[in-house]
Structure formats: structure tokens, C-alpha cells
Design a protein around this ligand. Structure first.
Ligand code: MTE
Length: 326
């Protein structure tokens, strides 16, 4: 989108995938053990029983146990290889291929999520505790990017509403802000020109909508780093940039929070960013999309209002001028 490319790692320095995989197998086993010790202690000391993980931490390579979801769409799914190599994750570079090449430096365990602001009791939660809190549904969602491409991805998680209820926001809380991890050491490609971390926000009713997914995996496995491991949100009726990755903080507030893209270019990226074929991006139309799916070539198709999720979400915006609040 708007960032200039940072000082890239020479391609000779990037570990070939085969070597990387062998390396990460070992690293993941180690991390799983370390996280079991570290996160277990944290969970036991700070969490009520309901969030205390029953067993140990899942190894990152382990498959997720998922249940079917009523929210699944029947569209042809995008191949795993495409969904995990064509990404936006600017902390790891600005090209679509950068995150898959660079995000192995992200350390996803131990990992905590801080909950603060207008809540009954601020708390720090271990990510594995959050992951085990509710059954994980496999939801096949349409994923629509503001850059006019779309994918259909089976995401694994449960409704964000479940975690929010647990957090007990105060009645005056109107928004929830999400903040991503930022660590220059783990993110040597971090572009300049923005006061990181990546920040996003939702109105409280949007965050409580059952479609808003708290996501831990895709295609039945834990999230690859480039897709936002170990915890992100997926908001299928909004443009992809609202679906913030690698979350470390939820902040409840009565004020509309800052969001990265809105701050960088408020005329191009609004706070709501609902998929809307009737509201053009200033530099291009949003009426059609290029579906990247299992077919031989990407298909161009008309974009539907709210990405096809009108029945579930349109009611939240009744009476709002969506050209003004884009
Ligand atoms: N979250 C963080 N922390 N950093 C990012 O750069 N990019 C956003 C969103 N979440 C981004 C992020 C954008 S622009 C898109 S389109 C989606 O992630 C892409 O998600 P995907 O790579 O899993 O398809």
C-alpha cells in the first residue's frame, strides 16, 4: 500500500524452505516445551480456573481439533500454498511474498495478551489459555482485500464475543482497540514512517457480532507466522486490513481508536472499512474482485455488499451513511 520497501535481506541470506522446515521442527519442539513450563506457570498464577489450560501447550505443528461451523460458505477454497505465500504483514516487509520469507523470526511462544482500559479487571492472559477457552470452529470465510483480490480460507477459531464477555468491559466502553506485537529484533524489515505497533479497532457491537472470529489457525493447523500467529482476528465483512495479526493487547475505550491505515491515509482507509462495491477507493473501483481460488486462473467477479454477509451484519449499520462512514 503506502510504505516504501525497507532495507531487504539479500535473497542469498534467506534460508531455503527445506532447510528452514528442518530447523523449525526442532525449534518448535523446543518452544513447545519451553512454553509448557513458562506459560503454565503464568496461567496458574493469574487466571481463573475457567481459563487455566487443562493440559499442556499445543506444539505449533499440531493439528487443531475443530468442529463444524454454521458460518461456513460453500465457495471453492483458495489453495493453502496461495493463502500462505501471498500475504500482507508489513512488519515483515511490504511485498506480498515477504511475510512467508521473513516471518520465521517471529517468536510465538511464550505469548501473552494484555487486556486493559475500561474493563472490570485488567488481566494478562496466556495465548494457549485463550485458545482452549472455547471449542474451535472451522469457518470457511471470504477474505476480501482492499487491493481488489479475494480468497476463500478455512480459518479456525471461535467468536471474539466469547473472549470479550470474559473480559467484562464496563458499560461505558464503546470500542475495542487491538495492538499487534512489535519488536525490531524479530522484525528487521519493519518499515519506517509509522509509529508502530499496528493498531486496529472495532465498535463494540461489531466486535460482539458472532461473525467476528478470534482466530488461531487455518486449514486445520495453527496459524503460520505469516498469517498472524499465534492469534489474530478475522472480520469477513470488512476489508482485510481490519483483520489484525499477532495481537498482544486488547484495550477497551470510549473513544474511537487510532488505526494504522486511517492514520496514514484517512481519505483512502476509513475506520469502518466495510466491503462496499458502491464506495470506490479514491484510486480504483471496488465493484469487482479477482478471486484467487483453486481454478487455473484468478476469476474476476462482482463484489457483494458486506462481502456477502449482509444478513449477519447489515443491521449494525442501519441509518448510517456508508459513503461518509466508509
Ligand atoms: N496485521 C498486522 N499486524 N500487520 C499487517 O501488515 N496487514 C493487514 C491484515 N492484518 C496486516 C495485519 C492486511 S492489509 C491484510 S489484507 C490482511 O492482514 C492479510 O491477511 P492474510 O495475509 O492472512 O491474508
Amino acid at each position: 500500500m503506502l510504505f516504501r520497501k525497507g532495507t531487504g535481506i539479500a535473497s542469498s541470506e534467506i534460508t531455503p524452505e527445506s532447510v528452514f522446515n528442518q530447523h523449525t521442527q526442532g525449534r518448535r519442539r523446543f518452544l513447545a516445551t519451553a512454553a509448557t513450563l513458562g506459560a503454565g506457570a503464568l496461567a496458574a498464577s493469574r487466571l481463573p480456573a475457567i481459563l487455566n489450560p487443562q493440559s499442556t501447550v499445543l506444539a505449533e505443528t499440531q493439528k487443531l481439533q475443530t468442529v463444524e461451523s454454521k458460518y461456513t460458505v460453500p465457495d471453492v477454497q483458495t489453495p493453502f500454498a496461495k493463502a500462505t505465500t501471498y500475504n500482507n504483514f508489513y512488519e515483515f516487509g511490504t511485498d506480498k511474498s515477504d511475510p512467508a520469507q521473513n516471518a520465521h523470526t517471529l517468536q510465538t511462544r511464550p505469548w501473552t495478551v494484555q487486556v486493559d482500559g475500561m474493563v472490570a479487571k485488567p488481566i494478562t492472559l496466556d495465548v494457549d489459555s485463550i485458545m482452549h477457552y472455547r471449542p474451535i470452529e472451522n469457518r470457511v470465510y471470504r477474505h476480501r482485500c482492499v487491493e481488489r483480490w479475494s480468497m476463500v480460507i478455512p480459518w479456525d477459531g471461535y467468536s471474539l464475543a466469547e473472549l470479550i464477555k470474559f473480559c467484562q468491559p464496563l458499560p461505558g466502553a464503546k470500542y475495542v482497540q487491538f495492538l499487534s506485537k512489535v519488536d525490531k529484533k524479530q522484525m528487521p524489515e519493519l518499515p519506517g514512517g509509522y509509529d508502530w505497533p499496528y493498531s486496529e479497532g472495532l465498535r463494540m457491537d461489531e466486535a460482539m457480532n458472532p461473525l467476528a472470529l478470534l482466530c488461531f489457525g487455518c486449514y486445520g493447523n495453527v496459524l503460520p507466522n505469516q498469517n498472524g500467529a499465534p492469534i489474530r482476528v478475522i472480520l469477513p465483512w470488512k476489508y482485510g486490513f481490519k483483520s489484525i495479526k499477532s495481537i498482544v493487547k486488547l484495550h477497551f475505550t470510549d473513544t474511537q481508536p487510532r488505526t494504522l491505515w486511517n492514520e496514514l491515509a484517512s481519505n483512502e482507509y476509513g475506520f469502518y472499512s466495510n466491503v462496499n462495491p458502491n464506495v470506490d477507493h479514491p484510486r480504483w473501483s471496488q465493484a469487482t474482485e479477482r478471486r484467487i481460488d483453486a481454478g487455473f486462473l484468478p476469476r474476476t467477479m462482482p463484489t457483494t455488499m458486506f462481502n456477502g454477509y449482509q444478513d449477519q451484519v447489515a443491521g449494525m449499520y442501519t441509518g448510517m451513511d456508508l459513503k461518509k462512514y466508509f
